[in-house]
Design a protein around this ligand. Structure first.
Ligand SMILES: Nc1ncnc2c1ncn2[C@@H]1O[C@H](COP(=O)(O)OP(=O)(O)OP(=O)(O)O)[C@@H](O)[C@H]1O
Ligand SMILES: [Mg+2]
Length: 370
């Protein structure tokens, strides 16, 4: 028997004992008190109501019935004695005792019903708790499975991305090994070897960046200076495609807390993407705006735009529409921005091109670095 059950059982026994004792005391007092004390007898008789009600309320219908039976048994000799002297009075006592017993039985019935409802509620609560726990564990399992499948997909995509350059490299190596190919083939094969190994190198560097992102090292940074340095990094690509950068700023210095190297990586990728998408002689606008709760940097191109179908996938690792792209640029960028507590988003703009927007929140801790 558990400790709680033991205490409950003892409590019940004590309750039964007290009620029985109360009833016995009432009968004993009725016998002791002289019959000339009419009011005292009256009160003692009416007090029988209490143990009958308690029995009903505490022990239900069965308790009330037992208490009623007990009251009838122990009161019978007293009422019989009374009958000899005042039969009318004794009859009244029998009727009253019956009414008290009926009241006790009704109280018992109501308390049984309430108890049944309470236990039903308790069962429902336990059932709900069990369902909740099951649900939580299956959500946990689903999350785990999702993570595993994401890791598997990533590995499969990486293998796929590596296979193409590897096939080109082994083809070119085969030609070189045979040594009998015409000189222009040899030259082309060397070219392939160089380009494809560069591509593999870029792919692996980007992948490692993606797979093992480092925690941002926040520094107080002049955003305009940082933009200038990114623009100079992308200048060569823009020049090749005859695309012009235009920096829109209100000339005021803007200090933000960020990891400058990582933010440069994000902005450079956005600029190079914009250059790739832009037609010749078009403009790319770079706009930095200070916000009360942080800063916003927009890169706006007048390029080909992004189709609805591609829009859902551009942040997926390895999604690319470019022959030489790794498709990791935006995946890395959005991760870096998220690690800064910010958001990277994009939208179609009025010239049919795309505007990418980096929103960075105010950071609390940042050391100042010149
Ligand atoms: N400004 C843009 N305009 C139109 N399409 C874009 C733009 N930016 C990104 N995209 C689309 O999103 C794809 C994914 O871009 P992401 O930067 O992740 O990879 P990538 O540029 O293809 O490869 P990498 O960054 O390795 O050179 C691009 O291939 C392109 O189709
Ligand atoms: Mg890119």
């Amino acid at each position: 028997m558990g400790k709680r059950n033991f205490v409950r059982e003892h409590g019940r026994q004590i309750g039964v004992g007290l009620i029985a004792l109360f009833q016995v005391c009432l009968v004993a007092l009725t016998v002791i008190v002289p019959s000339s004390y009419v009011t005292a007898h009256n009160i003692l008789h009416h007090l029988n109501f209490l143990p009958l009600m308690f029995a009903g309320m505490i022990f239900g219908t069965r308790g009330a019935a037992c208490a009623a039976l007990f009251a009838a048994v122990i009161n019978a000799p007293v009422i019989a004695r009374h009958w000899a002297e005042w039969p009318m009075d004794a009859k009244d006592q029998i009727v009253e005792l019956s009414i008290f017993s009926a009241a006790g039985l009704i109280a018992g019935f109501l308390s049984d019903r309430e108890r049944a409802q309470r236990s039903k509620l308790e069962k429902t609560r336990q059932e709900l708790e069990r369902v909740y726990l099951e649900l939580r564990s299956s959500i946990e399992q689903m999350r785990k499975a999702e993570r595993l499948s994401a890791a598997g997909q990533l590995a499969a995509s990486l293998a796929h991305e590596i296979r193409n350059p590897l096939a080109s490299i082994s083809g070119a190596a085969g030609i070189l090994q045979r040594g009998s190919a015409p000189p222009e083939y040899l030259h082309e094969s060397l070219d392939i070897l160089q380009k494809e190994s560069q591509r593999l190198n870029k792919l692996l560097t980007n992948f490692l960046n993606f797979a093992k992102p480092r925690v941002p090292r926040l520094q107080s940074t002049d955003l305009n200076k940082l933009l200038l340095s990114v623009l100079s990094l992308a200048a060569h690509a823009a020049h090749e495609r005859q695309v012009h950068f235009e920096q829109v700023s209100d000339g005021e210095a803007m200090e933000i807390a960020c990891d400058p190297e990582q933010l440069k990586q994000v902005l450079l990728n956005l600029l190079l993407n914009a250059v790739d998408a832009s037609p010749e002689n078009s403009r790319i606008l770079i706009r930095a705006v200070a916000l009360r709760q942080g800063a916003k940097i927009e890169v706006e191109d007048a390029g080909v735009g992004i189709s609805d179908e591609d829009a859902a996938r551009i942040f997926d690792p390895f999604f690319t529409t470019k022959p030489k792209g790794t498709g990791l640029g935006l995946a890395i960028s959005s991760m870096i921005v998220a690690q800064h507590g910010g958001r990277l988003s994009f939208d179609r703009n009025t010239s049919g091109g795309t505007t990418f927007c980096v929103e960075l929140p105010v950071q609390k801790e940042a050391s100042h670095v010149e």
